[in-house]
Ligand binder design. Sequence first.
Ligand SMILES: [Ca+2]
Ligand SMILES: [Ca+2]
Length: 323
Amino acid sequence: MRFRHRFLALLAITLLVATGEAATFDVNSTLDERDAVPGDGNCISTPTGVCTLRAAIIEANQNIAVDTINLPAGIFTLTLAGIAEDLAVTGDLDILTPINILGAGTAATVVNANGIDRVFHVLMGDVDLTLEDLTVRDGSAVASGSYLGGGVFHQGRNLSLVRVRITENVANAAGGLWVANGSTASIEQSTFDNNEAVNIGYTNANGPAIINEGALDLSNSTVANNTGFTWNVANIEMPRCSGSGFSATNSTIANNSGSGIGSWNCNVLLRHVTVNGEGCIRYRLAGRRFDMYQPAVDLMDWYGVPVRDDLDLECPSVTEALG
Ligand SMILES: [Ca+2]
Ligand SMILES: [Ca+2]
């Protein structure tokens, strides 16, 4: 009888993994500990035996369905050091299958890498990550072999940020967020602030807030007070793009050091977007490049490609520059 119960339990676990049934994990500790038995369907850490964020991610990574991790109020500080590892065992939190991580409020729930590595790494493949109602902070990607995306390094399929603050992260390239070529990112009601791009070795700093090489959509969001190296470092830098390129709606890109937006042959579509502060927009189209970095520029009601600026000629539009 006992054997039969065990057999049925084992069968249930096997079916859960095999069918990819979605699971929900409720984190109940701010400790940074690994899952004791990955794949058993339970979020139980070692050695303490609680459900940590890292344990929940390791367990969710075993399941191809869209698992949900509920993260309560608290500061979840990463302490297991070790960069350039991709199974969420040390350093950054590696996402290998679709996962939703839901916080208890942008200010209430903080995931803090404490400078040991970046915070989140979404691996290549059919991998989606949704973050809602939380803060991502103090990530660091400044090593020669790991220098992209201080807050979030997104190489997966789709990244969704809703009511997320990305702050105080640092990288050589993409202080806040890297979106890889072929990947997409959707950012709503979120803030990127006080992120930084720094020089390391021979590589120049780039993209204090965001580097997008894929398709990026920003709505009702703010990118402000991020710091780079020189004016020709854009806070949203696009060396290339895939898919729809870059679009922004009802958003502000302000008070950053360097340009607001830098686009290298990338579609740019802005609606009700303000770009001001030190930087404006650098835009290159068909082999011609224009640098615009006049102060106090407002771009509003701006549709299509290339740039139109109907309201404020302090920022010369690319259309005018082409003529
Ligand atoms: Ca487990
Ligand atoms: Ca990693």
